[in-house]
Design a protein around this ligand. Structure first.
Ligand SMILES: [Zn+2]
Length: 282
């Protein structure tokens, strides 16, 4: 190959390389353009889809709207527990007392074919028993030992009631009843009876009366001396709580209401434990 031929070959090669470079640059430009277009189209498509989804969900344009829709129901929509209901209905908060070391005998008045007093469908023996069971549960929860004179809807005569209580090993007897006043439906309130033979019972009745009155819950009448057989024959300090008048329509409805029964049971337990186990104030 001559020099001249070599020179021509080099020149032709250079020209080819130049053309190839231009073609490559063009190809690169086209590829970049396509990629750019694809990116832009995809981005616009995504926005469209998001807007569609928001419209289906009924969301606002702002993010705050969608966040609100995902929130838990407000607390007021939740059903209230007993504590919440008592707080809402009676503005009352139970403070569980320490009843450890106490042994209390509970006497739910009447039972069986002895219904006690009655107003419409509300029979005293049922109210007495319902509240007694609530008091029992609360006292046990507070650490006390509890004995029951009557464990079901059964008749137990008065002599047997004190016999059961005296034999139970309890150191205090709480008898629960409902009152009735013929001829005046406006008479209302809770009152506590004690027997004149027991000075301790009198002190307990008066202390419980004071504590219940301080709770500002319902009308609390003065403690009364009464010659009731259950109190008279009790070998241990004993009081009878007449929890309200079935002859009073409002009190009768309350005494038949499970929430009021729970409210009253808690008040009785608080005042009873504070009476039998006064704080030493150490
Ligand atoms: Zn009674």
């Amino acid at each position: 190959m001559t020099r001249r031929e070599l020179y021509r070959l080099k020149k032709r090669l250079k020209a080819h390389l130049k053309r190839a470079g231009v073609v490559l640059a063009l190809l690169l430009a086209v590829v970049l353009m396509i990629c750019g277009c694809l990116y832009i189209f995809e981005h616009i498509g995504r926005n469209d889809k998001k807007i569609e989804a928001d419209q289906i969900a009924g969301n606002d344009e702002t993010n705050e709207g969608s966040e609100l829709n995902n929130e838990e129901p407000a607390p007021s929509d939740q059903p209230l527990d007993t504590d919440g209901q008592l707080l809402q209905t009676y503005n009352y908060q139970y403070s569980k007392p320490d009843a450890s070391g106490l042994h209390i005998c509970l006497d739910a008045g009447h039972g069986g074919n002895d219904g006690g007093t009655q107003s419409g469908d509300v029979i005293e023996k049922d109210v007495n028993f319902a509240i007694t069971k609530k008091v029992e549960a609360l006292l046990k929860e507070a650490g006390a030992t509890v004995s029951l004179v009557r464990k079901a809807d059964e008749y137990i005569d008065l002599a047997d009631r004190t016999y059961i209580s005296n034999q139970s090993g309890a150191s205090f007897l709480l008898s629960l009843h409902c009152n009735y006043y013929e001829g005046d439906t406006s008479i209302n309130g809770l009152e506590i009876y004690y027997h004149r033979n027991s000075e301790t019972s009198k002190q307990y009745a008066e202390k419980m009366t004071d504590l219940l009155r301080a709770a500002n819950a319902m009308n609390i009448r003065d403690a009364v001396k009464q010659n009731m057989q259950v109190l008279r024959n009790s070998a241990i300090p004993a009081v009878m709580v007449e929890m309200g008048f079935l002859s009073n329509p409002e009190e009768c409805a309350n005494l038949n209401d499970p929430l009021y029964q729970e409210y009253l049971a808690r008040l009785l337990v608080e005042s009873l434990v504070a009476t039998l186990k006064p704080a030493t104030g150490a």
